[in-house]
Design a protein around this ligand. Structure first.
Ligand code: PCA
Length: 200
């Protein structure tokens, strides 16, 4: 049996809930294919998110790592292709607003996902779930944790598949924000299970 570290994020900005937090808690301990899911929630803080995630990796020794994040406004499941060495964004949950900072000083400009992102998208589409590869994870915490994890894996010479999947808003969020369209939480969760099922 293999272990999948599946992370979500706590709520941030004006989003009262984060569907990724609810999904990783719901899937914690479940088996998907050969993988036992270990669901964990990350803070939304430039100074802490990556350290918390790297701590989980060191403690749990996962065979694969998938981080989930909310991309409010996107209407598809979007596995990310690449993370770039930039922190730049709106305030995190501690009020920090980095401008054009590197995540890792003198680190590589970018890292590609090592998840089977094309197979994930194809499997989602075959199951009737809108999905596409995203070519930008942004420059906020989602990009930050994907870059940090890929950097850790490269530097430590491990070969653990790792990457990031953004998910749309859930109904709870769109009920509170008329500008946001959302999906049922169960559908987002089902989509995550399909994507996880494509891990080797
Ligand atoms: N989404 C944000 C950070 C936390 C989350 O769920 C992002 O896309 O960077």
């Amino acid at each position: 049996m293999k272990k999948l570290l599946l992370t979500g994020f706590e709520p941030f900005l004006d989003h009262g809930v984060n569907p990724t937090e609810l999904i990783v808690k719901a899937l914690d301990g479940k088996m998907i294919g050969d993988y036992q899911v270990i669901g964990r929630v990350l803070p939304v803080e430039f100074g802490r998110s990556a350290d918390v995630l790297l701590g989980f990796i060191q403690k749990l020794g996962p065979d694969a790592i998938i981080s989930l994040g909310l991309a409010a406004g996107r209407d598809k499941i979007t596995p990310e292709r690449v993370a770039i060495n930039v922190n730049d964004g709106v305030a995190d949950n501690k009020g920090r607003v980095p401008v054009d900072e590197p995540i890792v000083k003198d680190g590589p400009d970018a890292y590609f996902s090592t998840l089977p992102i094309r197979q994930m998208v194809n499997a989602l589409l075959e199951n009737g779930i809108p999905a596409m590869i995203s070519n930008s994870a942004g420059t906020y915490l989602c990009n930050n944790v994907m870059y940090s994890v890929r950097h850790y894996i490269e530097v430590s010479g491990k070969s653990i598949p790792a990457g990031f999947i953004h998910v749309p808003a859930s109904f709870e969020l769109s009920v509170k924000n008329y500008e946001l369209s959302g999906w049922p939480l169960e559908t987002i969760r089902y989509a995550v299970e399909i994507a996880v099922g494509e891990l080797e």
